[in-house]
Design a protein. Structure first.
Length: 343
């Protein structure tokens, strides 16, 4: 199963650039900028990464952002991220980054995006992985600051920012507070996506759809609590960026058996499979595809459909989607024709 999951051609729509940084790289960045970490050796940093609870997760994420200071830092982590994606046979990804943290540091966002764009271009050339960038508003920074982030992203979008997203504490900072920011992005031609239905219930997903006009829902697993919402998502094929291991680690569900992935698929929802913040949750996209079979009992056909869904749900053009899907289907056929052990 592990061999099959790695060889399967994949796309990923919900992964955070900062949250994908390896402990080894965090240690390098901290040393580069003279920043004290809770540990000063690799084993200690790995232990710091090990998820304990949601507050600890926020502490780790904030620490990572503090260690990202220069365009060179972003170039490094983007190239490493794309090399790792290539090792898992990920061909395309739409990746979040959190510009609010760096605006607060008075960083040059244009230079940061330029560095990421350079790394993206080199990554596509060197590893065969195409990456697009989505700026993610942190709800905790408030509606006024969220609007400022949107304004900055619209200003530099032609330098490599594809879309606008929002994450963070759903219940305390509801989607409707950020309507103006999302309207600004949409009017500038940027696709929009919202984390919702993770830490809050179906009402958060409804608000993301109705107020933000979100074209995709990050997580969305608590939609299962509202049959009307599930039917709406299925009818309108609004994609869900589902991250099972992340949901398990954070405590949205207590076990894979309780996770609604299979129910959402069987209800006809457009479900995609994603890793979220891989090293923090001790996962990666290969592992997510493994558990789709071993924990959720999905068939080979269903697993391949999850891979196709990520392309269908992407913000690629229709022509680009057709091209990727044709290539994926050819590889699926080759995988079925050749015994895995022969590879």
């Amino acid at each position: 199963m592990s061999s099959y999951a790695r060889l399967l051609p994949k796309a990923e729509l919900h992964v955070h650039l900062e949250g994908a940084i390896r402990p080894e790289t965090l240690l390098t960045l901290a040393e580069r900028h003279g920043i004290a970490l809770p540990a000063n050796d690799l084993e200690g940093v790995r232990e710091f990464y090990r998820f304990r609870n949601f507050l600890h997760f926020i502490e780790v994420y904030t620490t990572i952002c503090k260690c990202l200071r220069t365009p060179e830092d972003f170039y490094l982590v983007t190239k490493e991220f794309l090399a790792n994606q290539a090792s898992m046979n990920v061909r395309y990804c739409e990746t979040f980054f959190a510009p609010g943290h760096f605006i607060k540091q008075n960083a040059d966002l244009g230079a940061i995006v330029d560095a990421i764009t350079q790394a993206r271009r080199e990554g596509e050339r060197d590893y065969g992985v195409r990456m697009q960038l989505i700026a993610d508003i942190s709800r905790e920074m408030g509606a006024e600051f969220g609007l400022r982030i949107a304004q900055e992203m619209v200003r530099i979008k032609d330098r490599g920012v594809m879309g606008l997203g929002i994450g963070g504490a759903e219940a305390e900072f509801p989607a409707e507070w950020f309507t103006e920011a999302f309207q600004l992005a949409r009017e500038a031609g940027m696709p929009v996506v919202a984390h919702a239905g993770e830490a809050a219930g179906p009402e958060s997903v409804w608000s993301a759809i109705r107020n933000l006009k979100a074209q995709r829902i990050g997580h969305g697993v608590r939609s299962i609590e509202d049959p009307e919402l599930v039917a709406y998502l299925a009818e309108h094929q609004i994609p869900l960026e589902v991250c099972p291991t992340s949901n398990l680690r954070i405590g949205i569900v207590s076990s894979y058996a309780e996770h609604p992935l299979r129910k959402l698929i069987e209800a006809g929802c457009l479900v995609t499979l994603n890793s979220d913040d891989p090293p923090m949750f001790n996962t990666d996209l290969v592992h997510e595809y493994e558990v789709a079979v071993t924990e959720f009992g999905l068939s080979r056909d269903q697993v391949e459909q999850l891979s196709r869904n990520a392309i269908r749900a992407s913000f690629l053009s229709e022509a680009e989607k057709r091209d990727y899907l044709a290539r994926f289907d050819a590889e699926f056929a080759a995988l079925r024709a050749e015994p895995l052990q022969a590879r």
